[in-house]
Ligand binder design. Structure first.
Ligand SMILES: O=C(O)[C@H]1O[C@H](OP(=O)(O)OP(=O)(O)OC[C@H]2O[C@@H](n3ccc(=O)[nH]c3=O)[C@H](O)[C@@H]2O)[C@H](O)[C@@H](O)[C@@H]1O
Length: 249
């Protein structure tokens, strides 16, 4: 049955074509009312939406009027971060680990799910690189299937121990592939590579942002990243120290 309410024999040639005079009003030849799927406004998936950056993104999108689905395995994120959004008609939360595939009908995917602080990503490095690689592959697979636009949150860590300052996008970095931070640095590099390969091979519309140090409300003080460490140390009247540099301020 075509969208026009035309009943045609499967064989094609010579089939009787009947058009109900009410077809333009959505009534098919057999009198069945044709219903269109309800197209919701911009349906957006945010993975890692219960995290620090993700929860602010969810808030922005919900306030903009998008239909937002947040998925998170709550490894470092928290329900408190999104408590103010729960109950809003255009916000849903699903507890899900992105290393497993998921099928959702969406128009855009913001893929943030990944432990981001050294204490978290070193906690289970094999899981970290699995999350980066398999999680990104699953989300790109979903983007391909539903033709959604895709954004990956990458990181300044893709530059590793950079030899160029400041880093520009044309700089490819200086990364140790076998060190303790590699699960994160190389994981995000592999995620960027997959993103661009899906773009080139399958025409997926993609964006990559390399986030440097962020701070703000809902940042966890025990997160282990430089800004939260400074704030915590200043709060405790200690001399701020830069981890890995042996610098005391
Ligand atoms: O600055 C950056 O480079 C990072 O910024 C954000 O990370 P952020 O919000 O700062 O960190 P978290 O608050 O830990 O958020 C990560 C979220 O991902 C979730 N997550 C983590 C791991 C996992 O396997 N699955 C998963 O859903 C966590 O539960 C959490 O909600 C992005 O989520 C990271 O992808 C990005 O690398």
């Amino acid at each position: 049955m075509s969208d026009l309410g035309i009943g045609a024999g499967a064989g094609g040639g010579g089939a009787t074509v009947r058009r109900d005079p009410r077809a333009s009003q959505g009534v098919l030849a057999d009198g069945v009312i044709k219903t269109k799927p309800r197209v919701e406004r911009n349906r957006v998936l945010v993975t890692g939406g219960a995290g620090f950056v993700g929860s602010h993104l969810c808030e922005f999108l919900v306030n903009r009027g998008d239909q937002v689905i947040c998925i998170d395995n709550f490894f470092t994120g928290s329900k408190d971060n999104i408590a103010h959004l729960i109950g809003k008609p255009n916000f849903e939360v699903i507890r899900h680990d992105v290393v497993e595939p998921i099928l959702l009908e969406v128009d855009q995917i913001f893929h943030l799910a990944c432990p981001a602080s050294p204490i978290h990503y070193k906690y289970n490095p094999i899981k970290t690189i699995k999350t980066s690689f398999l999680g990104t592959m699953n989300m790109l697979g979903l983007a391909r299937r539903v033709r959604a636009r895709f954004l990956l949150t990458s990181t300044s860590e893709v530059y590793g121990d950079p030899l160029q300052h400041p880093q520009t996008e044309s700089y490819w970095g200086n990364v140790n592939p076998i060190g303790e931070r590699s699960c994160y640095d190389e994981g995000k590099r592999a995620a960027e590579c997959l993103t661009m390969d899906y773009h080139r091979e399958h025409g997926i519309e993609v964006r990559i942002v390399r986030i440097f140090n962020t701070y703000g409300p809902r940042m966890a003080l025990d997160d282990g990243r430089v800004v939260s460490n400074f704030v915590a140390q200043v709060g405790a009247l200690m001399h701020p120290r830069v981890r890995g540099c042996d610098v005391s301020l």
